[in-house]
Design a protein around this ligand. Structure first.
Ligand SMILES: C[S@@+](CC[C@H](N)C(=O)[O-])C[C@H]1O[C@@H](n2cnc3c(N)ncnc32)[C@H](O)[C@@H]1O
Length: 352
């Protein structure tokens, strides 16, 4: 399950890091097959959650007859003993009797309620678990999920827990702080390489810097260090403090209090800029966005090396394009996403 818009980036990560065979990537899901499943699957960084696939369909009728199909597919189409065996191998079995939970997510107009789909799932699972397993609402060891979106339903066993999407390093948050999976996607799109200097000039709580560090660690192989140098800063000293706290256990990246319109950095000194610029609604007036981008972007251009890349997340794409146009940067990717319910886009540029 991925944040909508990040399906292709996540599919690339699954192929590159796990050798996965991606079957489909759309509408918040990436369905893939692996030659072997182990805990490595939990180290994916651009996905929100991972599941073992039990069954799926694109042919829901939206009518109440779907409920019997859900029960039947759950009962007959999934190899639950095999799935539970893999689940236990990836997430060690608790010492006490396992607890389980059924979860149903639903979107679209269906002729039945979520609770009816939940009951149908429960009926399909009848007899699939040892009688000693107990239902639990909190911290269940095993979670059976059914996601229904329009005519599509996917049923699976959840392998990840909340730390996959929330990350344990993130102790400090603020409202405009980026979701770690989105920051990880931006870092992948920026195509960071060994020895690179990576800059986030408006780093907020430091999520992008943290994910750049973790990406470099994910890429390292024995005796092949990546030695990526991270540099960040923000105009708000509270955000700088938050970024330092979040990076504390990960790496010693310097984080400065600075104004991104006048960076204390040398010309052509960074290889990658990865940055989530303020959105109009985060400033006192959206009209301030244009002037801000017109000052920040030329400063980014000054510090970026020739052929360097910038991956920038903005809500006001036309304002960013207007600021970039005079510089002649080449647009390489355009990835629409939603951030805090608002339309936004990750744009990747290469400086000539
Ligand atoms: C959308 S937030 C960045 C969130 C960050 N990516 C995170 O995950 O926490 C935008 C940041 O830009 C900072 N900012 C706004 N104007 C700035 C300026 N002129 N120079 C540096 N930082 C600035 C804000 O303080 C805010 O932290």
């Amino acid at each position: 399950m991925v944040h909508p818009g990040l399906e292709e980036v996540a599919a690339d990560e699954i192929r590159a890091e796990l050798g996965g065979d991606v079957k489909r990537a759309e509408r918040g899901f990436v369905v893939f097959r692996l030659p072997e499943i182990d805990r490595g699957i939990l180290h994916l960084r651009t996905v929100e959650d991972v599941f073992l696939y039990a069954w799926g369909t694109d042919k829901l009728s939206y009518r109440a007859a779907d409920l019997d199909s859900i029960r039947r597919w759950t009962d007959k189409d999934a190899d639950w003993p095999a799935l539970l065996k893999i689940h236990h191998a990836v997430t060690p079995k608790p010492r006490r009797k396992p607890t389980y939970r059924l979860v149903v997510q639903m979107s679209g107009e269906h002729g039945y309620r979520r609770v009816d789909a939940l009951k149908a799932l429960g009926r399909g699972l009848n007899g699939k678990m040892p009688a000693s397993w107990r239902p639990a609402e909190e911290n269940a060891a095993i979670e059976f999920w059914l996601s229904i979106h329009g005519a599509t339903a996917i049923c699976g066993l959840r392998l990840s827990d909340r730390t996959m999407r929330h990350r344990t390093y993130k102790v400090e948050h603020f409202q405009a702080s980026l979701r770690p999976t989105m920051a990880a996607a931006m870092v992948r799109l920026a195509d960071v390489k060994p020895q690179h200097v990576v800059l986030d000039p408006m780093c907020g709580a430091g999520t992008i810097l943290a994910e750049a560090h973790l990406y470099a660690r994910q890429q390292e192989r024995p005796h092949v260090p990546w030695n990526v140098t991270l540099v960040g800063g923000d105009v708000d000293p509270h955000h700088v403090r938050a970024a330092k706290a979040n990076l504390l256990k990960l790496t010693e990246a310097p984080v400065w209090t600075w104004d991104a319109r006048r960076l204390p950095l040398e010309d052509a000194s960074v290889d990658r800029i990865v940055c989530n610029l303020p959105f109009g609604k985060q400033l006192s007036s959206p009209a301030e966005i244009g002037p801000l981008y017109h000052k920040v972007v030329p400063e980014m251009d000054r510090v970026l090396r020739p052929r360097g890349k910038a991956a920038l997340l903005v809500a006001e794409a036309p304002a960013l394009k207007a600021a970039i146009h005079p510089l002649g940067w080449k647009q390489e990717r355009y990835v629409p996403v939603r951030v805090l319910g608002q339309r936004a886009v990750i744009m990747v540029y290469r400086k000539p």
